[in-house]
Design a protein around this ligand. Structure first.
Ligand SMILES: Nc1ncnc2c1ncn2[C@@H]1O[C@H](COP(=O)(O)OP(=O)(O)O)[C@@H](O)[C@H]1O
Ligand SMILES: [Mg+2]
Length: 219
């Protein structure tokens, strides 16, 4: 089936995803493509409602498996309502995190099992997997420092770090499993260098002609 190009961005908090998404969006717009930026839970009303259950502090007893299924449910709605229609109408979709985040956070770091989370999510996405995924490779500690710079980490944040290191490990495992789809970018480099590498990958994909992406008609 011909459809628009689907790109996802993955990596630790502070690894630079949002920064590059903004740039990439401008790149596509300047070339005249229709592009939508989305992020999980995706801004659909139902996805937000599901997400609120996950975030509600009253739900202390929420199990890891329930959390996994709720994220998948939220994603199912996100795909159905937003991603699928956009791709089917030939738009370029850039998602700030997608299935890989669940596989790594719930599957690996929380211990549900990567294969199990991947299987659950395969139903949620209806085959709408990203054509290309950029993994922003940078040690979580370094990435987090970008967000809260100059601050030394207290005990709780240290625990946090060990969880995020597990997430980082999980991404590396996933990278080995899907070397074709997931492109690892050295995210310790300058913003400009990273951008250049992303553009190189994306423009060669667009040249392949496998995607029915539109150039907008502004007339
Ligand atoms: N390559 C980079 N080098 C140094 N700082 C960066 C780089 N990319 C982004 N930043 C800065 O790091 C912080 C986190 O970046 P952001 O794009 O919000 O990350 P994410 O969306 O992955 O959490 C921002 O203040 C941003 O300006
Ligand atoms: Mg961000």
């Amino acid at each position: 089936m011909m459809r628009g190009l689907f790109i996802s961005m993955e990596g630790s908090d502070g690894s630079g995803k949002t920064t590059q998404i903004e740039r990439l969006k401008d790149y596509f717009l300047n070339k005249g493509y229709e592009v939508i930026i989305t992020r999980e839970p995706g801004g659909t009303l139902i996805s937000e409602q599901i997400r609120n259950i996950v975030l509600d502090v009253k739900n202390e007893v929420l199990s890891d498996m329930t959390e996994t299924l709720l994220y998948a449910a939220s994603r199912a709605q996100h795909v159905e309502e937003k991603i699928k229609p956009a791709l089917e109408s030939g738009k370029i979709v850039i998602s700030d995190r997608f299935v890989d985040s669940s596989i790594v956070y719930q599957g690996y770091a929380r211990g549900i099992g990567m294969d199990i989370v991947e299987a659950i999510n395969s139903y949620a996405v209806q085959g709408f997997m990203p054509d290309i995924t950029f993994f922003f490779d940078i040690e979580p500690e370094l990435a987090m420092k970008r967000k809260n710079s100059q601050k030394s980490l207290d005990r709780l944040e240290q625990e946090h770090i060990s969880f995020h290191n597990k997430v980082y490990e999980g991404y590396k495992i996933l990278l080995k499993k899907y070397p074709e789809r997931i492109k690892s970018i050295n995210a310790r480099q300058s913003i400009d260098n990273i951008y250049e590498q992303i553009i190189k990958e994306v423009s060669s994909l667009l040249k392949e002609d496998a995607y029915e992406t539109h150039i907008c008609d502004h007339s």
